[in-house]
Structures are given as structure tokens and as C-alpha cells.
Design a protein around this ligand. Structure first.
Ligand SMILES: [Zn+2]
Length: 187
């Protein structure tokens, strides 16, 4: 019989969360990919029924991110094997309550674990985690060197690390931004 940690190692994992070294700098943040969001939200669920919730967390998390519900994001890369994002996420479109949400990644950017103070939040697979993951994707896709005060990309088009070819003042759709290929080595 294989002996496994009853909580999947998550509590052990979070003990590694650094106390020091939290920063707004994204210089050491790994490149993040859209597929990491789904592979985390979907892959950690052990039944078909629960897996349906992955689509919901992804969709609703994206909506929360777009509505600038992800606040006070901080990054930490001081651990040898993992890096961490920590944020406050406004609970929903209608409620003002805030939840504390954490994500940890390995050094290639894949999500290892996530946590949310929302108790019914499905063990780190809730929409607030989804929202933070979209913020992390946004930072990476926009090539930001620093976490901005407002985490919704469309509301800070002038703060992009690297200017795009766009000349019009027409609002840019997030799905279009995802298509822009940045040259990360050019900085
Ligand atoms: Zn949550």
C-alpha cells in the first residue's frame, strides 16, 4: 500500500511560504501560460462532477479579474523551488467581502497549489484563485516588470512594458492581448 499525505501535501507545501522577500517586482517571475490555468483548475479534481467546476472557476475567475477584483498582488521568488503570488480578491460582483488568495508555482511557472480563505471555495480551486491566475497571466502576457496598482490590463494600456503596434484608442480585448507575442529577451 502506498502511503500518501492525507491532505495531498498542501499544508506541508504552504509551510514553505516565505515570510520575507515579498515584492512588487516581477523580474524573477516565470513566464506564465494560459494552459497552466486550466491544467491546474481541472487537473486537481478527482471526479467528473468536480471537474465541471473547473470551467466555472475559470470563467468566473476571468470575470472577476476583468472587473479589477484582484488587489494588492505581491510576488515572492525567495524559495529555491517555488515562487508565490499573494493577493486579495473581492468576493463577487455583488458582495464587498475580500478573500485572501495564494498561488504557488514551480520555477517553470506551472501552478503547484493554491489557497483561498473562502471556506466553501473547493480547496483552492475556486473562482478567486481563477481570478488571481488570470492576473498572473496578464502580467506575463503584458511583459510587466512590476505589479501595477490596477490588475485589469484593459484599464492600463499605457503602462505596457513594451508598446504594441496599435494606434487607435479603441479598447483592446483581452483575447487580442493574449495573441501579442512579446520578445522577453529584448529587455
Ligand atoms: Zn475563493
Amino acid at each position: 500500500m502506498k502511503v500518501t499525505d492525507p491532505d495531498g501535501g498542501i499544508h506541508f507545501h504552504w509551510k514553505k511560504t516565505p515570510k520575507e522577500g515579498w515584492t512588487l517586482s516581477l523580474e524573477k517571475a516565470p513566464e506564465f501560460q494560459h494552459c497552466f490555468i486550466f491544467s491546474y483548475l481541472y487537473g486537481g479534481r478527482n471526479s467528473k462532477e468536480k471537474r465541471r467546476g473547473a470551467f466555472k472557476s475559470k470563467r468566473e475567475g476571468y470575470a472577476l479579474f476583468k472587473a479589477s477584483h484582484v488587489l494588492d498582488v505581491k510576488f515572492n521568488s525567495s524559495h529555491d523551488d517555488f515562487c508565490f503570488f499573494d493577493a486579495r480578491v473581492k468576493a463577487s460582483m455583488t458582495r464587498n467581502k475580500m478573500y485572501r488568495t495564494k498561488v504557488s508555482q514551480n520555477k517553470t511557472g506551472e501552478v503547484v497549489a493554491a489557497q483561498c480563505t473562502y471556506k466553501a471555495g473547493g480547496n483552492g480551486y475556486c473562482k478567486h484563485v481563477g481570478a488571481l491566475l488570470y492576473a498572473i497571466l496578464d502580467f506575463s502576457e503584458c511583459g510587466l516588470g512590476q505589479i501595477p496598482p490596477n490588475t485589469s490590463c484593459t484599464e492600463r494600456p499605457q503602462q505596457w512594458h513594451k508598446p504594441t503596434q496599435r494606434t487607435s484608442k479603441v479598447p483592446v480585448l483581452f483575447k487580442d492581448i493574449l495573441m501579442i507575442k512579446h520578445d522577453y529577451d529584448a529587455d
